[in-house]
Design a protein around this ligand. Sequence first.
Ligand SMILES: C[S@@+](CC[C@H](N)C(=O)[O-])C[C@H]1O[C@@H](n2cnc3c(N)ncnc32)[C@H](O)[C@@H]1O
Length: 292
Amino acid sequence: MAASTKQATGGVEEAAAEEEPRILEPGAAPFGNFPQYSRFHPPEQRLRLLPPELLRRLFPQSPESRPILGLDVGCNSGDLSVALYKHFLSLRDGETCSDASGELHLLCCDIDPVLVERAEKECPFPDALTFITLDFMNQRTRKVLLSSFLNQFGRSVFDIGFCMSVTMWIHLNHGDRGLWEFLAHLSSLCRYLLVEPQPWKCYRAAARRLRKLGLHDFDHFRSLAIRGDMANQIVQILTQDHGMELVCCFGNTSWDRSLLLFRAKQATETHPIPESLVEEGKEKNRLRSWRQ
Ligand SMILES: C[S@@+](CC[C@H](N)C(=O)[O-])C[C@H]1O[C@@H](n2cnc3c(N)ncnc32)[C@H](O)[C@@H]1O
């Protein structure tokens, strides 16, 4: 069945597993570590919703003195990480550097070492994108690896974190408490946070797939109390418990996943989001302000 047909009925995870049985070994991707993920959920779907000038407007500092530091959690094989880098620096296809190359550095991590190895090998911007194998839920390793990266720049937090299609896998594997802690760590590490939560229907699709394979359900699936409108649940956790505010929603992808931008309320270094960004987005009908 074509992936496009499955879009209407379930999550990409379900479509991917059925589409690529030999490559994906369905059930062997318990963390969402699908080897061909970007074929089913292409970066372009997300990028077209994001203004290319977003980072420059959020962080209008001089690039040489202070590069923008980003953290991409759950980077898979790096396709989205590379696409984000090119998008925010307005690099054309095939262009591997520009005057702005030193402006942005991304630390990209994933729990799956095979995916990380591939990301490293295929990355066209090895000076700007660093890929590491990291289980983000492992507190000790996380602290060591992230601090080591930040220390190189004399910084203690990232300017922006990207958490794209990862929350469901954390939630299914670590339960409500795990999701809450994951969001706590991310919000303490990043001044801004861009989150693309998977909707609840994707949880059901992921669990159904395991059942079809005769495998055990995810440990936590049946006992999750945080459920339903997952975008709203994540907004509530980040804003009420973790000191962030919702800046805007950039709209929904064709997979019905929203792109939510948050900002740490207390970060002293944070610049106010330019009104022009919000206004411009409104005009283009692609940036819905959720400010209250
Ligand atoms: C569905 S993919 C999303 C890939 C990419 N962010 C995107 O949106 O195109 C989810 C990724 O999260 C990774 N992941 C899941 N749990 C993780 C964890 N505890 N630590 C780091 N990465 C994790 C998986 O290995 C997988 O590559």
